[in-house]
Every structure is written in C-alpha cells, then in structure tokens.
Design a protein around this ligand. Structure first.
Ligand SMILES: C[S@@+](CC[C@H](N)C(=O)[O-])C[C@H]1O[C@@H](n2cnc3c(N)ncnc32)[C@H](O)[C@@H]1O
Length: 252
C-alpha cells in the first residue's frame, strides 16, 4: 500500500522488517550516535513525531498537523520551503542524521542534498526518500501529470504514489560526488531509500557525460542503470552504515 507521499506503508506494524522509515532511522541510531535530526518534508509528522532524538528540526512549507501538540524541548518547526530554511542566516547547524523527503523534483532534491552536506559533518548520515519510482507514472516530475497519465492508462487504479524524478539525484551523487558513499535499500520489502555518508569511493568512475544527461534520463533508462543505485537489502544497508560509523568513531 502506498500513501499520498508515495511511500510504502506496511499493512500491519512489523517490529522486524523496518518497512517504516521511523523504524529505519531508529535502527541506524542503535549503532550510530544520533543527537540531532533534520527532516525536510514532514507532511503529517508520521516519521518526525515517531523518532525521538534530543534535537529535532522539521522543515515543511505546509505542516499537515498541529505542530503545537508535537512541540517540546529541542524540537523546532520551520514552516518554510527548504530553500528558505537553508538560506536563512539564523538556522545553520550540523545534524547527525538528515532525512530528505521534500519536493520530489530532481533539481529541488539535488539542492536539498547539497545544502544538507553543509548542514552535516564527517560522521553524518543522509537518507534520501523516493529514489525508486514504482511505475513510469510515478517517475514524472509533475504530480498532476503522474496522476492523470496513470488514470488514463490504468483506469480505476487506486495507486496514488508519486516519487517524481528524485532517482536522478542518486545518479548525480554517483557521478559528481566521489567523496560520498551510498547504498540503496532495494531488495526485499519496504520503501526504497538511499543512505549517504562521507567516505571516498575508491572505485569512483563517472558513468554519464554530464549533469544535463542525468537530468534527461527517463524512468526506463533508470531501470537500465539500477546497479548505479548500489542496491542492497535493508540488513546490508545497516551493516554498511554500521561499518562507516565504527570507522568514523575510530578516526575521531
Ligand atoms: C512525502 S511528504 C513527507 C512525508 C514525511 N517525511 C513522512 O515521513 O511522513 C512530502 C512533504 O514535502 C513537503 N514539501 C513540498 N515542497 C517542499 C519544499 N520545497 N521544502 C520542504 N518541504 C516541501 C510537502 O508539503 C509534504 O508535506
């Protein structure tokens, strides 16, 4: 089942499969120290309000819940677009864990990722949502076209997922950020997401000719290049982040 934000929702809560983002983030925090957390794109607070860290910052131009009921020490809500938040001189700080789940457009999410690097430190983990559209309609960068073309082609289909073209951000990281390592949870159940962290890639080799070529890639070309997402199972992704965490702790 997929929600309006295009995320897979477990039909029943699962304590072991971490299908839910909050479970994933809390699992990362089990082995990676997380004191501070930034979430860009918060919607109804399903993830933000379910994770418990000493410092939490939420950014969304339109919170779909009463933030006063979720307020508390160390918690800030910024009802802003991410560009406004990241360009405000008052808000700069560095977070241990950042979850990017805002506007599902390539350019916006690439900007969010680049800004998130400036709001992170050597041991931070950045999690990108919506990196693998579940069909060609979901991959359209315009949500109304995604819904319209799905309805035209699959009348009555109740699927309201929209991932946009965020997948191109992972391909841009692959080609343009040799000092960022990443893996994408894409095997087994659960929402595909990419975990990113600062670690030089010894096997770095750009694949595409330019950022423009990446921006022009279609959903089907993504399917041709799925290996560039570094797909792994959820458990493998946790092991990779754990190894990074242990390495960054020993380097401190
Ligand atoms: C997929 S929902 C977020 C779901 C949430 N992270 C969760 O786990 O429950 C996407 C959210 O991004 C917000 N959004 C849209 N444009 C944005 C922007 N430019 N900056 C920040 N958030 C944005 C929308 O208002 C919406 O609430």
């Amino acid at each position: 089942m997929l929600d309006r934000c295009g995320r897979h929702r477990p039909t029943a809560p699962s304590a072991t499969t971490h299908e839910n983002t909050a479970d994933r983030l809390l699992t990362i925090a089990d082995f990676h120290p997380v004191q501070s957390y930034l979430e860009v794109g918060v919607y109804a607070g399903g993830t933000f309000n379910a994770v418990n860290f000493p410092r939490k910052v939420a950014v969304d131009p339109n919170f779909m819940f009463d933030t006063r009921t979720a307020a508390g020490p160390g918690i800030d809500f910024h009802e802003l677009r991410s560009d406004e938040y990241f360009t405000s001189p008052d808000h700069h700080e560095r977070f241990d864990l950042i979850f990017l789940d805002g506007l599902h457009e390539f350019r916006q999410t690439l900007r969010d990722f680049i800004n998130a690097l400036d709001y992170s430190h050597a041991a931070s983990v950045i999690v990108l949502d919506d990196v693998l559209p579940n069909d060609v309609f979901s991959a359209l960068p315009d949500v109304s076209r995604a819904y319209r073309f799905r309805e035209l082609n699959r009348p009555g289909n109740p699927d309201r997922s929209w991932h946009g073209d965020v997948y191109k951000v992972v391909l841009a990281i692959h080609d343009l950020f040799p000092r960022i390592s990443y893996c994408t949870v894409n095997r087994g159940e659960g929402n595909p997401q990419t975990f990113c962290f600062r670690s030089p890639r010894r096997d770095f080799r750009p694949h595409f000719a330019s950022l423009e070529q990446i921006e022009r890639l279609s959903y089907f070309e993504l399917l041709d290049h799925l290996d560039l997402l570094n797909p792994v199972s959820e458990d493998e992704a946790f092991q990779i982040v754990r190894a990074f965490s242990e390495h960054s702790a020993s380097a401190r």
